[in-house]
Design a protein. Sequence first.
Lengths: 561, 295
Amino acid sequence: MFRLNRSLKPLCIAAAGALIAAAFAGCAQSGTEEKPREYVSAESPIVRSFEPYKAPQSLKSGANEVTSPVTPKHIIYENGIVLHDAEVDMSDEASEASDAEGLHFKEGNIRYYVVDGLKDEEVEKKINDTIYNTVMELYNAKLPPYRGIRTADFSPYELQKNVYIRECANFSNVLSLVVEASVYGNYDEGENYGSIDVVEVMPLNFDLRTGEQFSLSDVFADDVDYKEIINGLIADYLAKNNISAGDSPSEALMYDYGSNLSLVTPFRGISDDVKFSVNEYCVELIFDYNTPEFDTSYSNGMYSGWSPAYYSVAFNLPEVSQAAAIFSRFDTEENIYENERTVEFAVSNYPVKTTDEYYSPSDVGFDDGDYQYTNVDLYASIPAEIENETLSALINERYEAAKDDTRTLAQELFSRYSGSQITMDRGYNVTRYGKFLLENDSLYADAYYYSENGDGRKLYSESYHTEKLYSEETGREVELSELFKEGVDYKTLLLEGIKKQELEWSDELKDDSYYLEVIENGDFSIYQEGISLTYKRSEDWEDYYSVRFKDIGLENLTVFE
Amino acid sequence: MKKIIAAALLVCMLAALFGCSQTKTETEVTYPFTPDSYPRVDGSTATIPLSEQFFSDATGVSLGDASTYIKHNTTHNAYVNLINGDCDIIFVTSPSEEEYAMAEEAGLELEVHPVVNEGFIFMVNEKNPVENLTREQIVDIYTDKITNWSEVGGEDKEIIAYQREVNSGSQTGFLDLVMDGREPADAPTEKRIVGMGELVEAISGYDNSDQALGYSYYFYVNEMYVREAAKLISVDGVYPSPETIADGSYPYTTAYYAVIRADEPEDSPARALLNWTLSDDGQNAAKEAGYVPLK
């Protein structure tokens, strides 16, 4: 025995110690005394054995050949299917779980989708069976084998197991879903309280032509090394965000395409079997107990749990944009749906720089106890890189100003309306649609005083919402006419589109002159499926119209060039 | 006299070791612990893979399942948990003065044993022709006495000597093992790298990376994914490898440690595990996990 840095003893003693150790080790079993365990025992049935996730086989052989460089697509087709919400009542099963495992489960929820609208009913059934079976499998599964999960004591908690499903991609004959199962519990016994949360996700990535699930390699062109691309991006991300083995992640991640990545061992690269989902922006990699180099447990005071960490491989990154095959891999000329497909704009907004901040009175020099209620927050998001320098400077300046303004206004409201209820929701978001950047700036702020009998008195109110569309080519704000090709009678096209929408909503049309007034003097914006127009008819009334790209005709628009 | 006692002890222990080592055969494999008899462990993040491999090899539980039993709460928290009796053995970096003081205040003595070796390595870009630096040259570089690669056998290019941020483990290792009390030149911001990944990137990726010199721990760099190769260099003519780090011929070596409370009974699970980690089986487990065993 020795004490490091204080009384170092000769190495030979350490060597002797090692040999003594060896001697003990061989005989250790007989002399050990069991201590009372504080956590789940080895015999407990509640944590399942480690079964690495196995990725589906590649579907390349039965799908479109896609080679790099892939031309990025500005439009995609939303699939002509409907996802019906469905729910299972599992109250009986919850009781059985309590009996079998000695834990306190209360009734949970199971929500999933039923896919409807494929012409091929067998394929539709195959997909629906897979979804249902996955959902039920996750509900009935034991706790996922996260690192260290057996060292948690679940017994004080009243647990609830829920399974949900979310849609990630529903375009170009691709349906990407994520089934999310969580076991959540809390207890509150005076000074002893806490909560625990264990989350497991299972992606389902369907080729809607066949109902088969595709692999990560299918998302990328046939002739690229997708793992090398992804590994390089992750290595860069870890480097830029100062995450290396043994380090905690930086508190302020500047980019929104990685979350909670904390390394335990050096990152050696992804395997073929990494879980993933896709959406129109990116491939989202899911790191959990299958990727032990990432530590995905967390503990914050009495709150602890395990949940996956995510890393997004954005399709518009230079390394990826000409290698992404997902928009073409399973696409068909033929419509495989009973309904028509919808044209959508492929938003390419990643990577983004984001700020999501909540201000309490004490954050800006006031006493939290002096207010009835406060909820003051700012969410700002802009593209991390904007090619046009003038526009980049303008948007970054406004992004910073939004942060400063929010703090200043929060201070002012906390100062002026002590004793009241203050809410403020500030947003500044810039979204990229091809070569256009849509700036969305909004504020909703108010202060109320509520008397003891619940009567509210408004002390302050302010709100605005503006949208501006900029061209990344010219750096200046875009006019409505610039969304259309030269020579196109855009007013007539929009007029017809507005009238079509009006008839969908009501039986009566207004005079054409009114709609032309909307077109000529209203505000316009774009969204994924079309162009929107708003017109302030009076002080307290605003008309809103949306005209879909497919009704205008893609060939008439510059946005798809 | 002490040497004689140590030698005698060694012989006795070897005999004991062989006497007890027949439990593993091809047909029947027994393990010194079961998951339930395994002591409560904690430790540094850097030793999680080591701890998981120990658990797996000592219990026969698969490595994947072993991870479900192991939760390390970072170095300082592990010391706190050990001192408070919330765990029985910890695998950590060396204790700080503060942690020694905490133990003393609690009336405890800590028993600290090296359990695996670690090397402190220097690296350059693979395009850099320099293969070796002496300890003296390294100190001269980091004190701005040597500023050009031509002074150490390389090309006529300025040396960009990166340092880590002040409180990082690597910087502590650099100051303790390499500078040994000498003050390094103050690195400008662009030469002060925050993350270890960033350091590797600086050396292997950027335009001027062939001028770069950086440092890290062997365990991290040897297995890290990098776009291009960073090249480890010899120090005083000795290349860092598991062998040269283990036998001490490589000049910059340190260790990760197993720490228990000194009052643990001789037959306690903690002491039994400590002893097992230092045995051949334990050291093989360490090697399997990618660490440099003691021998």
